[in-house]
Structure formats: C-alpha cells, structure tokens
Design a protein around this ligand. Structure first.
Ligand code: PRP
Ligand code: MG
Length: 174
C-alpha cells in the first residue's frame, strides 16, 4: 500500500526558482490518497473533546469539512476579506510579499467552545496564527491544529507555541 506522501506531487521551481511546490491536488484526485489524508486528520482528533472544526478558504475547506462530517461536528469557514455576509471580525497577516486579511462571522463561535483548526499546509504559520487570534477573540479555545503537510524549514510552529500541532507529512525543507 502506498504511503500518503507518495500521493503528493512535488513541482520544482514553482511558483519561483528554488521553491518546491507540494501539490495537494494529486492527493485529492486519487480515491485512496483522499481517504488516507482525511483519515490521518481524523486520527489526530478522534479522541478529543471539541465542538467545531475551523478551516480557512480555500484548501482548508477541502480537508476541514470531511473531518467535521465524519466526526459529526459543525464547520466554520474562515474567509478572505469581503466574502462573509453577516457581521465579521477580521485579522491582517503577513504574506511573503504584502499582507492579507481573513474574516470570520462574529457569531460563529460561542465563548467557551472548543475548536480544532484544519488546513492543508503550514508554511510560515502566518495564516494559522491569524486564525488562532480570531478564534480567541470570540472566546473559543483551540484544542488542536492539524495539517496534511508541514514545511518544517519555514518554522511555522514558532507562531503556534503552546498549541497542540500535528502534521501528517513533514518536509524538512521549505
Ligand atoms: C496556503 C495554504 C495554507 C497557507 C499556508 O493558502 O493552503 O492555508 O497558504 O501558508 P502560511 O503557513 O505561510 O500562512 P493560500 O493563502 O495560498 O490560499 P488557498 O488555500 O486559497 O490556496
Ligand atoms: Mg490555504
């Protein structure tokens, strides 16, 4: 049986020279790869007590919803600015070049609710750090942060000290 990492296609020099792009579409398009990825995320959280799965647009939706469905939890989307129709809270975070803003509905999490965060990838950790801030502003408690892939060389976990972080595949480099 193939291992999960064997379903990841690695594209050298994308989006720029020297970067190896870890492509999640090659996991998704294979029935076994998709099962293995979602099952490995479920394994990380199945024994935890929590209320909601939080996932960021767009690749966090792909992996967060099946985890929520399988575990019979609700799913809360974190969206790029301007997409959510009701009252939101927003957080700016740094990208490699410039900044971005993500938003969450103000009533998405009730104070005291326990949540997990699911995304496809942790690189610099900037996205996840911003999500944690939004959750905590609403009074939520982050009990676990799960990724399919982690680029360890970018030290994303430095932004998530004190949180329980787990990745199905860890790449040593960037
Ligand atoms: C990618 C990836 C993670 C984030 C990781 O999303 O899906 O969400 O970057 O990077 P970081 O750890 O350096 O913050 P992206 O913002 O490219 O959008 P997408 O999910 O819509 O493709
Ligand atoms: Mg993303």
């Amino acid at each position: 049986m193939k291992k999960l990492e064997e379903y990841v296609r690695s594209i050298p020099d994308f989006p720029e020279p020297g970067i190896i792009f870890r492509d999640v579409t090659s996991i998704l398009q294979d029935a076994d790869g998709l099962h293995m990825a979602v099952d490995s995320l479920i394994d990380m959280v199945k024994d935890l007590d929590y209320d909601l799965v939080i996932g960021p647009e767009s690749r966090g939706f792909i992996f967060g919803v099946p985890v929520a469905y399988a575990q019979h939890k609700g799913f809360v989307p974190v969206r790029k600015k301007g997409k959510l129709p009701c009252e939101t809270i927003a957080m700016e975070y740094d990208l490699e070049y410039g900044q971005a803003t993500i938003e969450m509905h103000k009533d998405a999490i009730r104070p005291g609710q326990k949540v997990i965060i699911v995304d496809d990838l942790i690189a610099t950790g900037g996205t996840t750090e911003a999500i944690v801030k939004l959750i905590e502003q609403l009074g939520g408690q982050v009990v676990k942060i799960c990724f399919v892939m982690e680029l360890k060389g970018l030290n994303g976990r430095e932004h998530l000290k004190g949180y329980d972080v787990d990745s199905a595949i860890i790449y040593e480099g960037k």
